[in-house]
Design a protein around this ligand. Structure first.
Ligand code: FAD
Length: 495
């Protein structure tokens, strides 16, 4: 190691999913170029929720050299192929947002144009019939297919995942300190964080501090006061209650998001239990009523105490300020409707790694990091807003508020472009690809008024054959897949 390079002292404050994802990735990647300490409080504990993920987590685990079967055993994980949305467009109707793609795109036009042209010519097959992940999910089937033909993520026990990552982080040289942070010490000259003081008198100095203290946000907000942008105007739900249940049936390979008159409920099946919760807007539903609704609609016996979690949707104005970077709930929160929080942690950790300061922290790095983080969060926010805005529901004050709220111009452009032309474009490397937008827009009831002329060019016979070939391929592949629960058992049993 060259003599000018001294290991950077990195202190991670907080040991929830965010803290241990950060510690594991930094320790594993940076090795002895850093001196990493994580501090967490057993007395405070973690938020204890966060069970549904999206496919990029597979890459994160690979980066850490994690064996998938071992990971699934340790976290009691199941496979997830997407999310079923019930009662979102209208009470009693449902649709599915899958991972992967639907049908086959042409370079000039997405598959929805060919499917739509088929509709106009009298084919009455659902868009769903062309999506492998979706059909496998509803058939309750799963297997790893060559070339990642079946895109998946996991339902997992987030507490167990954090413990699993802790072993990796400690194995790669990170040290853990147990204790309660009592104060944060600022350097009088630079305004940087100089050290964290614990209740037991211990003092942790560092060059860089990562704030993973959850909603408390002790460093970036508590000490550095960066401020918070409140987005609850667009996403009015502000409360959740979570509870775990015994499994009442074999776990299905998808999350369920069931809308009610003032929000929605989730159902997330793990190998050994179910994760359940209700998300609601406290203006329209009281905590007691939300609790009763959750408990009276559980499938399977409750095995944990219901846990109430109030939140304000939004983002820290700066996620990196001075020598402090906020990752996880301390950086902001978007409700778990599309399972994006753990993914946003992953993005932030990888971004931090890519911008790891070599010497003094550069203001350019800070500006770049903040810009990229905020862009990620805004893109996810807009996708979430779509679920509330594009609805036929007017049966409660909550849904009337959602249907009539103003929305960001960029989202209006996307929705209206799709409505008028059937087109949708993925912008600026956004997380949700065209297939996601198409499935949710169709599912929420936005039907295109026109389709691309390239689909019109096809003769009836060509179009029929093309559509049939795709449907048949999907159906045949699904038929050959094993049952999800049997596959999980066999896969996790393998060493
Ligand atoms: P926490 O888990 O709260 O961890 C904070 C850490 O800081 C803890 O270790 C705590 O002990 C420590 N700490 C705090 N104060 C102190 C102190 N004074 N001294 C020392 N240590 C301290 N995400 C998904 O991706 N999918 C989901 O399905 C999903 N569902 C969710 C449902 C709900 C209702 C909520 C609220 C969130 C959900 N999330 C989901 C988000 C997910 O739970 C979080 O992003 C994830 O758990 C990361 O949390 P965290 O580590 O930032 O915070």
């Amino acid at each position: 190691m060259s003599s000018y390079y001294k290991p950077r002292r990195i202190v991670v404050a907080g040991g929830g999913t965010a803290g241990w994802m950060t510690a594991a990735a930094l320790a594993k990647t940076m090795g002895d170029a850093i001196d990493l300490t994580l501090v967490e409080s057993d007395a405070i504990g973690t938020v204890g929720v966060g069970e549904a993920t999206i496919p990029p987590l597979i890459n994160f685990n690979r980066l850490l050299g994690i064996n998938e079967a071992e990971f699934m055993r340790e976290t009691q994980a199941t496979f997830k192929l997407g999310i079923e949305f019930e009662n979102w467009k209208r009470d009693g109707e449902k649709y599915f947002h899958s991972f992967g793609s639907t049908g086959r795109d042409h370079w000039s036009a997405g598959f929805q144009h060919f499917w739509g042209e088929g509709l106009l010519r009298g084919h009455d097959y659902s868009y769903d019939d062309y999506c492998l992940e979706l059909c496998a999910a509803y058939a309750g089937k799963f297997a790893h297919l060559p070339d990642n033909r079946l895109n998946y993520a996991y339902h997992l026990n987030a507490t167990a995942y954090a413990a699993f990552l802790r072993r990796i982080a400690e194995g790669a040289g990170a040290s853990r300190v147990e204790g309660k942070i009592a104060h944060v010490e600022l350097d009088g000259e630079s305004g940087n964080i100089a050290a964290i003081g614990l209740e037991n008198g211990q003092r942790l100095e560092g060059d860089i501090f990562v704030d993973c203290t959850g909603f408390r946000s002790l460093l970036i907000e508590g000490a550095l006061h960066v401020g918070y942008d409140d987005w609850s105007h667009h996403l009015p739900c502000d409360s959740a209650i979570a509870v775990q249940t015994e499994l009442s049936a074999s776990p299905v390979p998808y999350t369920r998001a069931i809308a009610h008159d003032a929000g929605w409920q989730w159902r997330i099946p793990l190998q050994h239990r179910g994760g359940n919760g209700i998300v609601y807007c406290s203006r329209y539903l009281s905590k007691d009523a939300a609790h009763d609704r959750l408990m009276s609609t559980l499938e399977g016996k409750a095995i944990s105490e219901p846990r109430a979690i109030p939140f304000t949707t939004g983002a820290r104005r700066k996620q990196w300020h001075r020598n402090c970077i906020a990752i996880g709930l301390s950086s902001g929160f978007l409700e778990p409707l599309e399972s994006t929080s753990i993914h946003l942690i992953q993005r932030a950790v990888i971004r931090l790694l890519r911008m790891m300061p070599a010497g003094e922290v550069s203001e350019r790095d800070i500006a770049e990091f903040n810009d990229q983080q905020l862009t990620d969060m805004i893109q996810v926010r807009d996708f979430l807003i779509l679920h509330y805005k594009a609805t036929d529901r007017r049966d409660s004050a909550f849904w009337r508020q959602c249907a009539t709220m103003d929305i960001p111009d960029s989202l209006t452009q996307k929705m209206e472009l799709f409505r008028e032309t059937g087109r949708v474009f993925r912008k600026n490397d956004e997380l949700f690809v065209e297939n996601s937008w198409v499935q949710v827009m169709l599912g929420q009831g936005i039907l295109p008024q026109a389709f691309h002329p390239v689909a019109k060019k096809m003769s009836d016979e060509e179009l029929s054959k093309f559509l049939e070939m795709l449907r048949t391929n999907v159906a045949r592949t699904v038929q050959g897949l094993p049952a999800h629960h049997a596959y999980v058992a066999q896969f996790c049993g393998a060493k």
